[in-house]
Design a protein around this ligand. Sequence first.
Ligand code: 57M
Length: 359
Amino acid sequence: MFYHLLYSLHTEISFFNVFRYITFRTIYATVTAFLICFILGPWVIRTLQKKQIGQYIRKEGPQSHFDKAGTPTMGGVMIISSIMISTLLWADLSNRYIWIALLSTFGFTLIGFTDDYLMQIKKRSKGLGARSKILLQILLGLIIGWLTYTTPNFSTQITIPFLKSVSPDLGFGYIFFAAFVIVGTSNAVNLTDGLDGLAIGPVIISAVTYMLFAYVTGHVKLAEYLQISYVPNGGEITVICGVIAGAGVGFLWFNAYPAQVFMGDTGSLPLGGILGTIAVITKQEILLVIVGGLFVIEAMSVILQVSYFKITKGQRIFRMAPLHHHFELKGWPEPKVIVRFWIVSIMLALLAVSTLKIR
Ligand code: 57M
C-alpha cells in the first residue's frame, strides 16, 4: 500500500523514491511485522487464556511436558495477522506472486485454524481428522501450483542444487510437484513444532535464507552472474521473506522457553505452506530440502519410526519420534535440544547459500 501511495509522490518529493526499492521496503516490512506481533502478543495471549484455549498434553509423551498443560495455543493468529498486515502495507500489490503467497498463507491458516478450533473450542479431540486435513492441504497445494504454473513467463524447469546445468522440465507435472513441496513442508513444520521455539527458529532462518535467494532470483544481472533461474517480478518475494522473519522473531519473544504461548496448527501449517510456496516461486524448490533440512530430518524420523514400528510390530528406532522427543528422553534439557537444533538449521542454511557459488 505504501508502495502505491507514497512512491507515486516521488515526482514532487524525491525522498519517496526509496519506496521503489525492494531492499528498503523489506527492512521496514520486517520491522513492522515484528512490532505488530510484539504489540499484539500480550493481548492475544490474554484473550486465548480467557477463552481457555489451553494445550492438552498427551500422557504418553515426555514427562517434562506435563507442566506445559494449559499453555495457550493458537498463537499462530498473531504471526499470521502480522504477516498479512505487513505484506499489505509494504509489498507491491500489483505483483501476482505476492497474492499467490498471501493466498497460500490464508488458505493454510484456515485449515490449521479450523483444526485447532474444533479441538480447542468445540473440544472435538480429533479436530478436522487426519484425512480431511490432508485432502484440504493437497487441494490448496494444487491450486497454488496451478496459479504459479499459469503465471506468465514462469518456468516449469526445476533447479537442482550443485548441478546448474541440469534442470529437468516438468511441464504440466510442475503443478503436482509444487503441491508436493508445499504440502510436505506444511506438515514437516507442523511435526517439528513440539518444543518451545523449535519450529519458529528454523522458520526464521529459512525465511532469511530465501530472502537472499528471492532477491538475486528477481534481479536479472545477479541471476545471470550466479547462473540461477531469473524469475521476472520474483524479487518482490524478498519483502514477504522479511515479513515472515520479522513476525517469527516477534512470536519467538513469547514462545521462547519457557513458552507463554504455542502457535498451534493455526501457525505451523501456514508457515510451512508459505515456505514451500516461496521455494516454488523463487525456483529453488529442491534447495528447501537443505534450507529446511531440520524439518526434513524431523519428518523422516517420524516416517522411519512409524514404518519400523509397523514392520517389527512394536519395535522402535528412536526412543520417540519426532526426533526432538528422542533427545529429550535421552536426558537433554529442553533448551539444549532447541538451541542445538537451531545450530543445525543455521549450518544447513549456510550450506544452502554456498550453492550459489558451487555448480
Ligand atoms: C504436532 N504437536 C505437539 C502445539 C503446537 C505421526 C505422529 C508422529 C504425529 C505427531 C504429531 O501429532 N505431531 C504434530 C506436534 C504439541 O504441540 C501442539 O501442536 C501444535 C503444532 N501442531 O503449536 O499447539 C505438543 O508439543 C509441545 N510444544 C512445546 N512447545 C511449543 O512451542 O512444548 C509445542 C509447541 C504440546 C507441547 O507439549 O502439547 C505434540 O508433540 O503433540 N505425534 C507426535 O509427535 C507424538 N509422537 C508419537 O506418538 N510417536 C510414536 C510413533 C510410533 C508415532 C513413537 O515414537 O513411539 C508425540 N506427541 C506428544 N507426546 N505430544 C508423542 C508424545
